[in-house]
Design a protein around this ligand. Structure first.
Ligand code: NAD
Length: 554
């Protein structure tokens, strides 16, 4: 297997014919098989007689999509299309990305996961259960594609803000990898979604006769770590250089797996590092509006988990760019978790990842009181707790600062700490607001406000593409840092003028390309590539990119 994206041979496909070919979503073209292909590949009579090019097919599937009455039905329809004809699925997604992103990913993917076992049609990806311990190599060998460059893996414990969904979490790796393809042109045959089914503590699922996961409580003992370890090394052995993206693990495991594997394999955690980078980029955009420095901010964060700590680490890197040291940067943070302000007097009871942010302050149990005392310039919500940014809290904040920067990042929409409408109404339109899941534009006192969506999709596809093309042997925090800066630089002034701190979703491919090029540069700057440095990075990145178009099969 060649690891050089520019010279790698195409995936080896068996020459399929007839019904077998129509049933292979990677190769199926439906009515777009040409007369010559129909003749030579045993398709005559198996298709309606008229040849329909992809431009016509996409109109048909979009009409079908539009008939669907609910977002869940739209999701089921799109996944069905993916399972029938991948090229057409990505062609459709490309044409309607802004409309379909909230269906294939948050918020609708959350519902898709909650219902996964009930709406299950066809398998996609690899499911590895505790019962497969010792056999992971063999399971991976069943995957038909030989050149996997990125796998997204979950154990289903913390799906979005929805908690433990066990095997039903499989919808997340599938959705994330859809976005890698749609936003950065990763070749779909280079991707592998994986769910590690280690049981679930979700009583509703365990009591559901249609639940497809193993019927047991979540494994917490050594068998769990052994399975994860077996998986990581099996991937590393079978596809050396393959990115392993840890996704939606509970935070007790997410931090330690990141620490354990990040320097030994090409592993990263999007919930920690991707969230950090996308939030930093949005905050840098907000500061372009206020004209302030990052290191002058007072930052109150509700939630001190993967997202909260990842965000803080990214911001600290941004503050260090302004010339202050880590200790000074850390002093700008006040974390509030379910037990109140994260302080030194709780030190012994704090999870490891929170300890560096424990303040030497008197205990405060209430977010409103923290806001009253700190006068934050930035209020960030990553608690998964809806409605926690109350009118009282937002009003207190807005009394002390001219342009309150409020990011209610919890997903899906139902979990947001406040809505866009509330943020604008409670601050007389002065808030600079962003959220994790999208909100419609808000009309407030005759002015239109378009809030930004701090969606990790602005970051991870570009980082993944840069990691692959750069042949990186690991994924570093600095690669996410250059990605955040590249994203922040891509927000046009007119977008900031409307109140949004992120570029339009329709620009996502352009953004991902820029990020990928910066990541490739960083990989060579760090000297962690296994490939010779290309003369023209932009061209090498562009040459890798997969396009949703049919290739001739004869
Ligand atoms: P996590 O489980 O690691 O952390 C959650 C944190 O919230 C913990 O520190 C917990 O103590 C705290 N918390 C729980 N209840 C609380 C309460 N009542 N008051 C205050 N704090 C409370 O989860 P995570 O990975 O950090 O994700 C948290 C949320 O952020 C999720 O809703 C997730 O969807 C969202 N998120 C958004 C983005 C994005 O918008 N780009 C990215 C990642 C995560």
């Amino acid at each position: 297997m060649s690891l050089d994206p520019a010279t790698a041979p195409p995936q080896e496909f068996e020459q399929r014919t007839g019904v077998d070919l129509l049933n292979d979503p990677r190769l199926n073209k439906g009515a777009a098989f040409t007369p010559e292909e129909r003749e030579q590949l045993g398709l005559r009579g198996l298709l309606p007689p008229r040849y329909a090019p992809i431009e016509e097919q996409v109109a048909r599937v979009y009409e079908n999509f539009s008939y669907k009455q609910s977002d869940l039905m739209k999701y089921i329809y799109l996944i069905g299309l993916l399972d029938r004809n991948e090229t057409l699925f990505y062609y459709l997604l490309d044409q309607h990305l802004e409309e379909m992103m909230p269906i294939v990913y948050t918020p609708t993917v959350g519902l898709g996961c909650q219902k996964y076992s009930r709406i299950f049609r066809r398998p996609r990806g690899i499911c590895i259960s505790l019962d497969d311990k010792g056999q992971v190599d063999a399971l991976l060998a069943n995957w038909p594609y030989k050149d996997i460059r990125i796998t997204v893996v979950t154990d289903g414990e913390r799906i979005l803000g929805l908690g433990d969904l066990g095997l039903n979490g499989m919808g997340i790796p599938v959705g994330k990898l859809n976005l890698y393809v749609a936003a950065a042109g990763i070749d779909p045959s280079h991707t592998l979604p994986v769910c590690l089914d280690v049981g679930t503590n979700n009583a509703e699922l365990l009591g559901d006769p249609l639940y497809l996961g193993i019927d047991r409580k979540r494994e917490r003992g050594p068998a769990y770590d052994e399975l994860v370890d077996e998986f990581v090394w099996a991937v590393h052995k079978r596809w050396p250089g393959c990115i392993i993206q840890f996704e939606d693990f509970g935070n007790r495991n997410a931090f330690r797996f990141l620490a354990k594997y990040r320097e030994k394999t090409v592993a990263f955690n999007d919930d920690i590092q991707g969230t950090g980078a996308v939030t930093l980029a949005g905050l840098l955009g907000a500061l372009r509006i206020t004209g302030q420095k990052l290191s002058d901010q007072r930052i109150v964060t509700l939630g001190a988990g993967e997202a909260g700590i990842g965000i803080a680490e990214s911001i600290i890197a941004g503050m260090k760019d302004e010339g202050i040291d880590r200790e000074q940067a850390r002093a700008c943070f006040w974390f509030v978790d379910s037990k109140g302000l994260v302080t030194q007097d709780r030190y012994d009871q704090l999870a490891e990842h929170k300890k560096p942010f424990a303040r030497d302050d008197a205990p405060i149990y209430d977010l409103a009181e923290v806001v009253k005392q700190v006068h934050p310039t930035m209020l960030l919500g990553v608690s998964g707790q809806p409605g926690k940014f109350t009118q009282q809290i937002v009003t207190i904040m807005a009394q002390a600062v001219e342009r309150p920067i409020i990011f209610a990042l919890s997903n899906p929409t139902s979990k947001a700490e406040c809505t866009a409408e509330q943020a604008y109404a409670w601050t007389e339109g002065r808030a600079i607001f962003a959220s994790g899941s999208p909100f419609d534009p808000v009309l407030y006192k005759g002015k239109n406000y378009r809030s930004g969506q701090g969606n990790n999709v602005y970051i991870f596809p570009g980082v993944g593409l840069g990691t692959i093309v750069g042949g990186a042997t690991m994924v570093t925090d600095s690669m996410f840092h250059v990605a955040a800066n590249a994203l922040a630089a891509e927000v046009p002034q007119e977008v900031l003028d409307e109140g949004s701190v992120y570029p339009a979703m329709s620009d996502i491919k352009k953004v991902s390309m820029k990020i990928a090029c910066e990541v490739v540069r960083e990989v060579y700057r760090l000297g962690i590539s296994r490939l010779p440095e290309p003369d023209d990075i932009e061209k090498t990145v562009a040459d890798y990119v997969w396009k949703a178009e049919y290739k001739s099969l004869v």
